[in-house]
Design a protein. Structure first.
Length: 227
């Protein structure tokens, strides 16, 4: 099974700018409501590959179920609410792009794979989730459950820890951060503008994170200790 080369819409600038607009206009308002009721700051969107319009947008809803991470909630709504009729549903592999505000955890990586999405982007990395949001569980679970030492050769702890947590490019999907996309922009002025926009949108999550962390202190967040 091969992955598509890239989005059909030409231009990395348009791709990044369109995703940032979806974050600000659609995902952040939902997230503000979610964190105020105890859910985490993770959100997701499924976009049309042809014109980058959002088809489904959702955020974390662990107050209902610990499995309803932003990505899983978005996939569930895409299949059951947005497009419940299979013949009229956009093909996840051919017609859609998947976006996650934060690099997807092991549960969400599996959900994206099983659902057939072949192109995925994210704003914050695992390290950002750990360092900026005090949510280290994505890395912890991937390291503790899935990172198996090599059986064909002796491997030091340092070598084991240096291995990627998952394959961002594989036969099912390709995954890139928005910063990765901007890194490939040749025009320096445009690259600088896009990075400033990314940093500005990232900054809007500071207050959301503070609200969530205050909820943790007060015991009003979701009961799950995980993502």
């Amino acid at each position: 099974m091969s992955t598509p080369a890239n989005t059909a819409v030409t231009g990395s600038s348009k791709l990044v700018s369109s995703i940032l607009k979806v974050i600000e206009d659609r995902i952040i308002p939902l997230t503000q409501h979610g964190v105020s009721s105890g859910s985490k700051v993770f959100g997701a969107a499924i976009l049309s590959r042809s014109d980058l319009t959002p088809l489904t947008v959702a955020t974390n809803n662990e107050r209902v179920s610990p499995l309803l991470h932003g990505e899983i909630n978005c996939i569930q709504q895409f299949y059951t609410s947005s497009y419940p009729d299979p013949p009229s549903r956009p093909d996840p592999r051919k017609d859609c792009i998947f976006f996650a505000t934060h690099e997807p955890c092991s549960l969400c990586l599996s959900g994206i794979t099983w659902s057939g999405f072949s192109e995925m982007y994210f704003l914050f990395t695992y390290e950002d989730s750990r360092d900026l949001f005090s949510i280290p569980y994505d890395i912890d679970i991937l390291e503790s459950v899935f990172r198996v030492p090599s059986v064909t050769a002796s491997e030091s702890e340092e070598e084991l820890s240096s291995r990627p947590l998952y394959n961002r490019t594989n036969k099912f999907f390709t995954a890139k951060s928005l910063a990765d996309i901007v890194g490939g922009v040749e025009d320096d002025a445009e690259k600088g503008r896009l990075m400033r926009e990314i940093d500005r949108v990232k900054g809007r999550y500071n207050a959301l994170s503070e609200t969530y962390q205050e909820g943790k202190k007060e015991g009003t967040t979701s009961s799950s200790v995980w993502r």
